[in-house]
Design a protein around this ligand. Structure first.
Ligand SMILES: O=C(O)CCC(=O)C(=O)O
Length: 286
């Protein structure tokens, strides 16, 4: 079976696509089932346990790029568990990434974050975010059929419920199209906080955005832990993030039809595909 053919095209409804174009992101609720969420959470807690064992700096190809009691960042989770692999190759989510890239994709990075309220959190201190981006509107974006595309795309899926106090990712809406200095855009967002949009969504929901959008980890005010999975995708001829190239032994083991997605083996055989805004979402029935 070729699950590449099962990736929906387009993956977003016209209204979801419009939201993505205007704001630079869209949140699709409940992309994962409860069962998928709990299997992926279990896989991450197992990985955390193994990585925190004495002398365990790399476990199944993954390392902690941040390891503080309130913030752990897992780099290159691809090879760690079948549930994580399922996430990174999930046909609907890869279809969403392909829609925003505007063609076939390869996996560029795989990460996870587990974080809690920072120990120095003070509700009276003005909020400051670690705003950043991974590409620039000038370099990493283009339009087709009048719609926005980006060559570096993320799917961030929360495995825990995110209420307003639970630190969902924040973005500066519309910044994906603004060709002005980043610090000026960030200053505008602090002056008018309505420009900062935050993910509030049930567990198993996915934030889709292009890395030209200025974004940051949100602020946790509650006692709850936040757990997210991150897949990064690019056109097939791009490289994986530094240190995130899949191992040859791992590529050897995965199903044939998923090898191009994981290894980037299609390279310059990139298949462009873009949709007009009014094209309806593909379902099993149509
Ligand atoms: O922790 C978050 O919500 C943001 C993650 C992030 O900045 C990224 O994946 O580029």
């Amino acid at each position: 079976m070729d699950t590449r053919s099962k990736r929906p095209f387009p993956a977003l409804t016209p209204a979801q696509r419009y939201h993505l174009d205007v704001n630079g992101y869209v949140v699709i609720e409940n992309t994962l089932s409860e069962d998928e969420v709990s299997r992926m959470l279990e896989a991450l807690y197992r990985l955390q346990h193994d990585l925190l064992a004495p002398d365990a700096s790399v476990v199944r190809g993954c390392r902690l790029s941040s390891n503080e009691p309130h913030h752990q960042h897992f780099a290159h989770i691809l090879e760690t568990d079948s549930a994580i692999f399922e996430y990174l190759t999930h046909p609907r989510l890869v279809g969403m990434a392909e829609e925003l890239v505007g063609g076939t994709v390869r996996l560029e990075e795989s990460e996870a974050v587990m974080n809690r309220r920072t120990p120095d959190y003070d509700p009276h201190t003005p909020v400051k975010y670690g705003f950043h981006l991974g590409t620039l509107p000038d370099v990493g974006t283009y339009t087709d059929h009048g719609l926005y595309h980006c060559t570096f795309v993320k799917t961030l899926t929360n495995l825990t419920n995110l209420g307003p106090d639970d630190g969902g990712t924040v973005v500066i809406a519309g910044s994906h199209k603004i060709r002005c200095p980043r610090e000026n855009i960030i200053a505008c967002a602090y002056e008018d906080p309505s420009l900062v949009h935050q993910v509030v969504a049930p567990a198993g929901s996915t934030l889709l955005f292009g890395e030209a959008l200025i974004h940051a980890t949100g602020l946790i005010r509650s006692d709850r832990e936040r757990v997210i999975l991150i897949g990064g995708y690019t056109p097939t001829m791009f490289q994986a993030w530094n240190g995130q190239e899949p191992s040859p032994a791992f590529i050897e083991r995965i199903p044939e039809h998923l090898k191009p997605l994981i290894s980037g083996s299609d390279r310059w055989q990139w298949q462009r595909r873009s949709r007009p805004l009014d094209m309806q979402v593909e379902t099993e029935e149509n």
